[in-house]
Ligand binder design. Structure first.
Ligand SMILES: [Zn+2]
Length: 260
C-alpha cells in the first residue's frame, strides 16, 4: 500500500451517498448477469469479492448527477462498451511524491453511467456524469472504485499497485474520504475506519440466527444494508408500514424527521 496518501477525496460523488454494497463483500447472491450469459458472483469475474463501493442513485434513480470527489483528469474508458462497468469514466489524480522518490497516481472508477458530462481537467465537485445501470449491474447504482499506479524514482511505469491482491489492484476507497462532515453525507462516514459499524459481530449473528430460525431464510442485501448502514432494527424491518422508511433513510434521519 502507498505510504504517503492523504485523505484526498474531499467531495461526495453523489448528492447522497447511500452504500448498497461495500468493498470486499459479495452480496450479489450470484445474480450478476455475466458477459457470456448466465449469472454469477464476483468470483465468476476473477475477483475475490466486490472491488469497489456501490452507492444507490438515491433519490433520482437513472440520471442522478455524479460529481468529481477531487481535482484531476477525467477520461472515458475506451473499452466501456465491453466492460462490466458499462459506460464508465476514470478520474486520475496525481498524488505527492513518495518518500522513495517514486510517483503515485490514484485512478478512480465511476461505473454504470448513462452519460458523460465532462472530461479533461476537473475540479472537486464538478458534475462529470449521470448515473445509470449500464454494464454488469442489477439495478441503477454508482460503482465507485479506487486503485493506485506508480512510477519508479527512475521514471519507469506506470505499474498498478498490488495488482495481484485479488481485486486487480482495487482497494477500499472509503478510508480516503476526508472526514470533514460538512463535505460528506452521513452514509459515506459509515465506511471510514474510525467510524463504528451499526452492529457488532455478536449482534449481527444474533439477528441472522433469529431470521434463520423464524423465517428459514438469510437476510437480503437490502435488509443487511438497513441493519448495518442504516442502523435499523428487525422490528422496523418487519413492520410493513415502515417499508418505505427503512429503505429510504437511516434510522437517525428518520428520528430527526419525526421530531420536527
Ligand atoms: Zn460495484
Amino acid at each position: 500500500m502507498p505510504v504517503n496518501v492523504p485523505k484526498f477525496l474531499t467531495h461526495r460523488p453523489l448528492e447522497r451517498c447511500r452504500v448498497t454494497q461495500p468493498y470486499g463483500v459479495d452480496w450479489t447472491n450470484g445474480q450478476l448477469p455475466l458477459p457470456g450469459g448466465g449469472q454469477g458472483g464476483y468470483s465468476s469475474l476473477g475477483l475475490k469479492a466486490h472491488n469497489g463501493v456501490d452507492f444507490s442513485l438515491y433519490p433520482h434513480g437513472s440520471g442522478t448527477p455524479v460529481f468529481a470527489p477531487c481535482d484531476g483528469r477525467v477520461e472515458v474508458d475506451p473499452v466501456a462498451a465491453s466492460s462490466g462497468y458499462g459506460l464508465n469514466v476514470r478520474l486520475f489524480r496525481k498524488l505527492g511524491p513518495q518518500p522513495d522518490g517514486s510517483g503515485l497516481e490514484a485512478e478512480l472508477v465511476f461505473g454504470h453511467l448513462q452519460e458523460v458530462r465532462k472530461t479533461g481537467e476537473v475540479k472537486a465537485g464538478d458534475l462529470i456524469a449521470l448515473g445509470d445501470s449500464t454494464g454488469i449491474s442489477t439495478g441503477p447504482h454508482l460503482h465507485f472504485g479506487l486503485r493506485f499506479r506508480r512510477w519508479t524514482a527512475g521514471g519507469s511505469g506506470p505499474y498498478f499497485l498490488d495488482y495481484d491482491n485479488g481485486f486487480f489492484g482495487y482497494v477500499d476507497p472509503m478510508p480516503f474520504f476526508s472526514a470533514d462532515p460538512t463535505l460528506l453525507p452521513v452514509d459515506c462516514r459509515y465506511g471510514l475506519p474510525e467510524g463504528a459499524r451499526g452492529y457488532s459481530d455478536v449482534e449481527w449473528y444474533k439477528v441472522a440466527a433469529w431470521l434463520w430460525f423464524t423465517m428459514k431464510r438469510l437476510p437480503t442485501t437490502r435488509e443487511k444494508n438497513a441493519l448495518v448502514w442504516g442502523r435499523w432494527d428487525w422490528r422496523s424491518l418487519n413492520d410493513p408500514s415502515m417499508f418505505a422508511t427503512w429503505t429510504e433513510m437511516t434510522k437517525m434521519e428518520w428520528m430527526k424527521r419525526t421530531k420536527k
